[in-house]
Design a protein around this ligand. Structure first.
Ligand code: FES
Ligand code: FE
Length: 510
């Protein structure tokens, strides 16, 4: 019906969500099962929707069409190859901006634009949050933060479902779980107690006046309230949430109906199904704050024009050909084909190439790639970093990637591990980046893998990316910055900023 479930061999239930499915989740999350009497073992009323579930339907009435993601590093400049005019005479963009050029500095620097961007993203995009294995047991939770002020509790509820609730007490609005790093060292003379940014708890108790909610978001304790106060109308406000192949997504729209999830994750679903990402387990996690506007962080992740100059380790491992001349490309390809087994090349050709997503997106061969001779995985020395993934029966000498929401979520898959990068806008010149690395669920740390080895390639690469992205924004803040020309190898960011200027920037924003 509205929900598809699949149970893997480890008993983890995969859940695919569509709109009807979400509607069910929303109502369930806000259902009127919460009464102080619950604490005394009384049976609660069922099926009564709370005002928390009846969210006001405002914001943009028009949901803009989201073009398919470019899929990682973009591809060749088709128009240039076809000999067409490179700069079509297009007019009508804000500030006289022209396609195939970088956008004016105000869209990276102006707080008003940032706040409009933030609202647009909240209303229209599904944001990748984390992998389901982070919260395997009922009561396990963590806090996901977006923008300047949004904070969401992602929790495994008592029935095993993953749910999301805004981290805002329904009494007077306090945060239930910490919205920043826990203070250390704690002063033992202070009596205020509050849950941290992640952990496990059967209830969420507000530190202010002790209103208490269960893991389904129901208010189960509030003392001293009037007779006409109904706890059932004061459950936590749910957010739109869906889990796809083990990856949790949220949409923070205030509207009752979220954007279509299936279309937004079509490409990512195809890839992560193949690599069995839902069943994998987290081997390592690292945070990499970026001092740059969110668009610069995403632009950087949609092109590999910078990989030669800026990513020596990554370019040594991955086989990139975007900057090569036809002669260089032919020579490189011959070298790779001499190294990659014939069967692996055939499988790749007949497997993912040309796969279509439900949103019309294509799995693009150029977004995946062979590894360079001597490398079987994404490691610094080319050697394996963990056992082969359960779905992979031999070293295929390749790596493949997929993205969602214009690269706010980014999956890079190898035969023995998967790296997932998350980019989250936080302020006009601040973007959170977090990477998690996943390995075979039966792999044992210390015996089968060393987390530092699993992390090594992307730990180096993302620090290089942060360096160049911070540095990019530093230059764009200058009065001397002018729109520059994207190269033919930067169709990813060129398409991204075209989408931004067409769909995100509205007449009222400029
Ligand atoms: Fe949470 Fe008062 S603000 S109990
Ligand atoms: Fe990079």
């Amino acid at each position: 019906m509205g929900e598809e479930r699949s149970e893997n061999k480890h008993g983890v239930v995969g859940r695919r969500v569509n709109r009807r499915d979400f509607a069910k989740t929303s109502v369930a999350a806000g259902a009127a099962v919460a009464l102080p009497g619950t604490l005394r073992g009384e049976v609660a009323a069922e099926g009564k929707a709370t005002e928390a579930a009846a969210l006001p339907n405002y914001g943009r009435s028009h949901r803009p069409a989201l073009p398919p993601d470019p899929g990682g590093y973009g591809g060749p400049d088709i128009e240039q190859e076809a000999g067409r005019r490179r700069e079509p005479a297009r007019h009508g963009y804000p500030g006289g901006w022209r396609e195939r050029t970088t956008i004016p500095g105000e869209y990276y620097n102006d707080e008003r634009h940032y706040l409009a961007d933030e609202r647009f993203i909240a209303e229209n995009l599904w944001l990748y949050v984390d992998h389901q294995s982070r919260i395997p047991n009922p009561g396990d939770y963590f806090v996901f933060e977006f923008g300047r002020s949004e904070s969401v509790i992602i929790v495994r509820s008592s029935d095993g479902e993953v749910r999301g609730f805004h981290n805002v007490c329904r009494h007077r609005g306090s945060r239930l779980c910490r919205h920043d790093a826990d203070p250390t060292p704690g002063d033992p003379r202070l009596s205020v107690k509050q849950l941290g940014q992640s952990g496990s708890s059967p209830v969420f108790r507000c530190p202010y006046h002790a209103w208490t909610y269960d893991t389904d978001g129901n208010l189960i304790y509030a003392y001293g309230m009037q007779d006409d106060f109904d706890p059932a109308d004061n459950g936590l406000v749910p957010c739109h949430l869906g889990t796809v192949e083990g990856s949790i997504f949220v949409n923070l729209s205030r509207a009752q109906e979220p954007p279509e999830l299936d279309a937004a994750v079509a490409q990512m679903r195809a890839l992560t199904e193949r690599y069995g990402v839902a069943d994998l387990t987290i081997a390592a996690r690292e945070q990499y704050p970026i001092k740059a506007n969110w668009k610069l962080a995403l632009e950087n992740f949609q092109e590999c024009y910078h990989c030669g100059p800026s990513h020596q380790a990554l370019s040594t491992t991955h086989h990139y050909d975007y900057e090569a001349t036809p002669q260089q490309l032919a020579a490189q390809t011959a070298k790779v084909h001499a190294w990659v087994p014939e069967k692996a090349r055939r499988d790749r050709q007949g497997g993912m190439d040309g796969m279509a997503g439900s949103d019309g997106s294509q799995y693009k061969p150029e977004t995946s790639g062979h590894l360079n001779p001597g490398f079987v995985t994404g490691s610094l020395d080319g050697k394996p970093v963990a056992p082969l993934l359960p779905n992979i029966d031999a070293w295929n000498h390749e790596t493949q990637n997929a993205t969602t929401a214009h690269s706010t979520g980014y999956w890079q898959c190898y035969d023995d591990h998967v790296a997932i990068a998350r980019f989250t806008p936080r302020d006009v010149n601040r973007t959170d980046c977090e990477i998690i690395w996943l390995v075979h669920p039966d792999a044992v740390e210390g015996r089968d893998y060393d987390p530092d080895n699993v992390k090594a390639l992307w730990h180096v690469t993302i620090q290089e990316d942060i360096w160049i992205t911070d540095n990019n924004h530093a230059g764009i803040r200058s009065d001397a910055y002018r729109s520059g020309r994207y190269s033919g190898a930067e169709t990813g960011p060129a398409g991204f900023v075209k989408w931004y200027m067409s769909e995100v920037v509205t007449p009222g924003d400029h």
